[in-house]
Design a protein around this ligand. Structure first.
Ligand code: ATP
Length: 342
């Protein structure tokens, strides 16, 4: 075992009855890494996490943790923490008692129990709430209790299922920073599941993009954001304008072909973010069918001869009104080349 493969999934296949949910997944997770499993609903994120936690038995393949094969080890002997979306706290117990629960089950009591629970509560900023019953806490505070409850068990890996999805926008931002801080401070290997690219990009050291039970791309947030390998990933991380390349032409979503503004790279397709579309001059024209103000920028929906193009321009430059005819360019140099399309 090296630190680069602290937790390894080796050709892991998972199924519900006859339905295959995850197919021959290979993944190495580093010690101390904060990893995001990102993908749309049904792509197999939760199933993968359940298998790592020991809540389902693989059809085939192997899971190793810290040098040991844990494929058939029962969940309670894996030393993997799991924080669900519904925090599953005990409503009749106080915050302290909730956090102490698992430790007590392990026979830990007395000063050690108090010391570890106090440290757990401190790490999530809940010391002042230790005597409160959990229903009397806000959603964000309840989630901190669930986190502390897992962290005090000193798991080798901590997994979180959609950790921020139940929180309002402000709390989400706060918890994001909090999670990151806690993970870096404790050095715990952390995996979280999300369908929200913004969350994955903001939090993770590395992102695993999943599609139909398989890995589509693994990379740092920068790699995923700037160099998506496929139209699927590009679409998922906000490239709104996707074109296939066929016989030296760009092919729009509706199948309409257009001549590119320059030589095309050797790729299966090209993708432009809205802000990569240059407005005001260029070989293409479109009619403004929608304008929305987005703080520092304006977003435009342009109806062109080959379909809708989404563009974004700084508010400091004069805007275009609805129904205006606008010339635009899709510079090849500003596009991300895609290795797979469709
Ligand atoms: N209990 C179950 N019985 C049968 N099929 C299931 C069950 N749970 C999940 N599946 C199927 O397995 C596949 C993967 O589901 P999974 O819940 O892992 O996806 P997910 O990416 O976590 O989605 P979500 O973001 O909606 O939770 C889907 O096709 C789903 O329909």
């Amino acid at each position: 075992m090296s630190d680069a493969s602290f937790l390894s999934l080796d050709k892991l296949s998972l199924a519900y009855g006859k339905t295959i949910a995850v197919k021959e997944l290979d993944l190495d997770i580093r010690k101390g890494e904060l990893l995001a499993l990102l993908g749309p609903s049904g792509c197999g994120k939760t199933t993968t996490m359940r298998a790592i936690a020991g809540l389902m038995t693989p059809v085939s393949g192997r899971i190793t943790l810290d040098g040991a094969d844990i494929t058939r080890v029962p969940a309670n002997r894996r030393n993997i923490g799991l924080v669900f979306q519904s925090y599953a706290l005990f409503p009749h117990l106080t915050v302290f008692e909730n956090v102490a629960f698992g430790l007590k089950l392990q026979g830990i009591g007395g000063d050690e129990l108090t010391r570890r629970v106090d440290a757990g509560l401190k790490s999530v900023g809940l010391t002042a709430f230790s005597g409160r019953k959990t229903p009397d806490l806000s959603g964000g505070q309840q989630q901190r209790v669930a986190l502390a409850r897992s962290m005090v068990m000193q798991p080798k890996v901590l997994m979180l299922d959609e950790p921020l999805s139940n929180l309002d926008a402000r709390l989400r931002l706060e918890m994001r920073t909090e999670l990151q801080r806690m993970q870096k401070e404790t050095g715990v290997t952390m995996i979280f599941v999300t369908h929200d690219q913004v969350e994955a990009l903001a939090l993770a050291d590395r992102i695993v993009v999943m599609r139909d039970g398989a890995i589509e791309q693994i990379g740092t947030p920068e790699e995923i954001y700037n160099n998506p390998v496929s139209s699927f990933v590009a679409d998922f991380v906000g490239f709104e304008n996707l074109f296939a390349i066929r016989n030296g032409k760009l092919v729009a979503a509706g199948g309409i072909e257009l001549d590119p503004a320059g030589p095309l790279p050797d790729a299966a397709g090209l993708a432009w973010r809205p802000r990569a579309i240059a407005l005001g001059a260029g070989p293409f024209t479109g009619t403004v069918r929608g304008v929305s103000f987005a703080g520092g920028t304006r977003e435009y929906l342009l109806e062109s001869g080959f379909g809708t193009v989404k563009a974004e321009a700084d508010v400091s430059v004069p805007g275009y009104p609805l129904n205006a005819e606008v010339a635009f360019d899709m510079p090849i140099s500003a596009a991300a080349p895609l290795h797979r399309f469709g």
